[in-house]
Design a protein around this ligand. Structure first.
Ligand SMILES: NC(=O)c1ccc[n+]([C@@H]2O[C@H](COP(=O)([O-])OP(=O)(O)OC[C@H]3O[C@@H](n4cnc5c(N)ncnc54)[C@H](O)[C@@H]3O)[C@@H](O)[C@H]2O)c1
Ligand SMILES: [Zn+2]
Length: 355
């Protein structure tokens, strides 16, 4: 068992992240008395409910359960307001708790609902995907997609607790494992120790035992960044590595998971980084080969021209016709680029031809 804490400056509350086994049967079951006293609601999605609904019902007996249809396409205002309605109908009060059990979609929508209901109630995150454990459940970013833009409506609110249990990985399809590896390799680009471990274990990157062993380290890397910059005014922008191009690819309708888009984004952006002063070519090429170990698709097979256009919608852009990106520079070091749109588009197309 490992415990990681993030102190939230605005509310002086602490976010406690606990990595342990038997989260449902031991941790949540033992929390049940205080959850019942304060009033709680369980929020999950249809896939997680099909797999773990019985266990959830047994461990959290007596708490209402609201289930959203699974999938990013449902990370929208209809789901958010249906959940808020269920919370009101369950009679939740200011000290009540929302328990989000699922992947990043459930975590993001549940976290946002918790931040809105009565101007904010506590939220416990129980991430069930690799991506949600190493990334989305930590750090207090919550959101829904809106008007075709990913995460356009959201809030910062730290969960009071995060319970990460690797046993959930046992039911994840291989695609979701690759998805989580997208964020893990991104963390590797920020942390020399993890990068070394990933390179050393190249032959077993998808091994569930290996992944379980590196979850706490990944959470720690993210927590250390979030602790220093909870509202993303500076340092936290480094967590956007691969995400400008990755999000654009995701929006272009490519049949890829979020993490796979991030990996392809990181591959293209590490080539873009070569134009920066001080870029370490050897390191960027090891990063590229690690990414290729995980990808099962051809990174050249996408329409990078349309993706480039969609990158103009990115929330991180500060100028109208420019694209702002965080790119990997050297081991553990990130640089920030602001490229005029036309130049970004040309560069992506060129990289696509030479990958
Ligand atoms: N808030 C943040 O800081 C942050 C960071 C990264 C990503 N995100 C968001 O997270 C989302 C992606 O998260 P995700 O990849 O977890 O997607 P997801 O929540 O859609 O989960 C992926 C799929 O796996 C299923 N699933 C969940 N747990 C399972 C389990 N244990 N066994 C079998 N199936 C399971 C889900 O039902 C879904 O079909 C995106 O919306 C992204 O924007 C947010
Ligand atoms: Zn991400």
């Amino acid at each position: 068992m490992k415990t990681i804490r993030i102190k939230c400056r605005e509310t002086a509350k602490e976010s406690v992240i606990i990595c342990r086994k038997n989260v449902l049967s031991k941790q949540l079951a033992s929390d049940l008395p205080w959850l019942k006293e304060r009033g709680g609601i369980v929020f999950t999605d249809s896939n997680v409910f099909a797999l773990y609904g019985k266990q959830i019902g047994a461990c959290l007996e007596g708490l209402p359960v609201f289930t959203m249809p699974a999938g990013e396409e449902n990370k929208n205002e209809q789901t958010l307001f249906a959940l808020l309605r269920a919370m009101a109908e369950a009679g939740l009060r200011r000290n009540s708790v929302l328990i989000a059990i699922g992947g990043g979609v459930v975590g993001d929508v549940g976290g946002l609902a918790a931040s809105l209901y009565m101007r904010g109630i506590d939220c416990i995150q129980v991430p069930t995907t690799l991506l949600a454990q190493v990334d989305s459940s930590v750090g207090g970013k919550t959101a829904i997609d809106f008007c075709g833009v990913k995460n356009l409506i959201g809030a910062f609110r730290q969960p009071v607790r995060v319970y990460a249990d690797p046993a959930f990985f046992g039911t994840l399809p291989p695609r979701e494992i690759r998805c989580g590896l997208g964020e893990i390799i991104k963390h590797g680009a920020l942390n020399a120790r993890l990068f070394g471990e990933l390179l050393e274990n190249r032959s077993r990157l998808t091994d569930l035992g290996f992944l379980a062993s590196i979850v706490p380290e990944n959470i720690q890397i993210k927590a250390d960044v979030v602790r220093k910059d909870p509202a993303e005014t500076g340092l936290r922008r480094c967590l956007n590595l691969g995400h400008t191009t990755g999000h654009a690819l995701e929006l272009s309708g490519a049949d890829l998971s979020h993490g796979e888009c991030v990996l392809i984004g990181l591959l293209y952006e590490s080539r873009l980084a070569l134009r920066c002063r001080g870029a370490d070519g050897e390191y960027l090429s090891s990063l590229g080969s690690l990414i290729r170990d995980v990808l099962v698709c051809d990174p050249r097979a996408f329409d990078m021209r349309s993706a480039a256009h969609l990158a103009l919608l990115d929330k991180k852009n500060t100028k109208k016709d420019s694209v702002t990106l965080a790119v990997p520079l050297r081991m553990g070091e990130v640089s920030y680029l602001e490229l005029p749109y036309a130049e970004y588009e040309r560069a992506l197309e060129k990289i696509g031809r030479t990958l």
